[in-house]
Design a protein around this ligand. Structure first.
Ligand code: PLP
Length: 409
């Protein structure tokens, strides 16, 4: 039984409520794990001098033609409810985008516009999982996957992404973990926090695995257009037509639109129809001017994306130079905008390291343990910070890790 802590009062449990005692929040809500990245962010915001390398959002403003489109839409009175699945013109434009840039065919009726990628993930997992069902999630991974599973009462089967496996899923681990109660495998490529992308052959192998166990496959590809070499392939482009695949995308990272809250998913049409119906009691529809801004983003000039991608790539190369000279082993990301750095030389837990790095060096990083048990010994550095901040912050991190390591030797 999960205990609920009353504000300042004693612990009480939901199940011991008798008579007309005030009802408490559900045990699932009350036992929701807190985000440790958020904890570090809150600490960092108390210190105005801090260099922020912990934040997972672009430091660029939303391109002006996208902002103008929302402004014009609102001025023209396009401020009413939209259809549950999204504006038809946006869904059509997204079907085109998926064909041109992700390399597979999808009809507009397979697309549901959502409130960011996170709402697409919540929606689809809500549709596919019963309480007690199991979902295969990466470890380390973006912590929100696990939080969704928690809210749904699902069991997480963490599959390892470790240096010995090039930080990619290993089929033998998945075979070891899967049970008759497993319903879903979720794969994130390009990966937050690792920056790895799923090679074509491995994507096929993982689809085979899902098929042979009757699992749904969720491909989180929200960083699909932030890739630095030619290795990224969308899972949809190597899937069979009847695969039970749902792909999730977002405007947040690719177009620097985190606050606009527009994402979308591509699903088999019968599932898309079900998900569309579920939107009604959850969000009804996504903000209409924001959908028109998204339409301008996807149909307008794409060099804005290229410019941001080039900036992240340049920052990546300079950052890796500093970490390399400082003898901190890091992943060389092929996509997304994060570098995953081994700080085990410091010989302290990554959360303690992140806290004391703020206090002593005024640098905030995301502790590896925030991303799962196997993230311990690492930190995630975000390339979405100005070049100057990134280089200065990384130099201080190197110095601090060596200093701690010497103190513990
Ligand atoms: N998936 C991954 C791997 C992410 O890192 C994020 C955001 O950090 C999301 C999905 C969802 O982003 P949004 O809801 O802003 O589209």
């Amino acid at each position: 039984m999960v205990k609920v802590r009353d504000k300042g009062g004693p612990l009480r449990s939901q199940e011991t409520r008798i008579g007309n005692e005030p009802a408490l929040p559900s045990t699932i809500a009350s036992s929701m794990p807190v985000s440790r990245i958020r904890e570090i962010m809150d600490l960092a915001w108390e210190d105005p001098q801090v260099i922020h390398l912990e934040v997972g959002e672009p430091d660029f403003p939303t391109p002006s033609h996208i902002v103008d489109a929302a402004h014009e839409a609102a001025r023209a009175g396009q401020t009413r409810y939209a259809p549950n699945a999204g504006l038809p013109e946006l869904r059509e434009a997204l079907a085109d985008k998926v064909a041109r840039r992700n390399g597979y065919e999808a009809r507009p009726d397979q697309i549901v516009v959502t409130q960011g990628g996170i709402q697409a993930l919540y929606l689809v997992l809500r549709a596919l999982l019963e309480p007690g069902d199991e979902v295969l999630l990466p470890d380390p991974a973006w912590p929100n996957f696990r939080m969704i599973a928690h809210l749904l009462g699902a069991q997480v089967l963490p599959y390892p992404l470790v240096a010995q496996g090039d930080f990619l899923p290993r089929p033998e681990d998945l075979e070891r973990l899967v049970t008759p109660r497993t319903r879903v495998i979720l794969v994130n490529s390009p990966s937050n926090p690792l920056g790895t992308v799923l090679p074509r052959e491995l994507a096929k192998t993982l689809l085979d695995f899902a098929r042979s166990h009757g699992l749904w496959f969720i491909a989180d590809e929200v960083y699909d257009e932030l890739t630095f070499d030619e290795t990224f392939v969308s899972v949809g482009s190597v899937a069979e037509p009847d695969d039970r695949l749902v792909s999730v995308y977002s405007f947040s990272k690719v177009y620097a639109m985190t606050g606009w809250r527009v994402g979308y998913l591509v699903a088999p049409s019968d599932l898309a129809e079900l998900l569309t119906g579920m939107q009604e009691p959850i969000v009804s529809c996504v903000n209409t001017p924001a959908q028109l801004a998204a339409l301008a983003a996807v149909t307008g000039p794409q060099q804005v994306v290229g410019e941001m991608r080039d900036a992240y790539k340049e920052r990546r190369d300079e950052l890796l130079g500093i970490l390399d000279r400082g003898e901190l082993t890091s992943t060389r990301p092929s996509g997304a905008f994060y570098v995953w750095t081994d700080v085990s030389k410091a010989s302290v837990p990554s959360m303690d390291l992140a806290r004391s790095l703020i206090e002593s060096e005024h640098v905030a990083v995301a502790p590896g343990s925030a991303f799962g048990e196997l993230g311990e010994g690492y930190v995630r550095l975000s390339l979405a910070s100005s070049r100057e901040d990134l280089l200065e912050g990384a130099s201080r991190l190197v110095r601090f890790v060596h200093h701690l390591g010497e103190a513990h030797s």
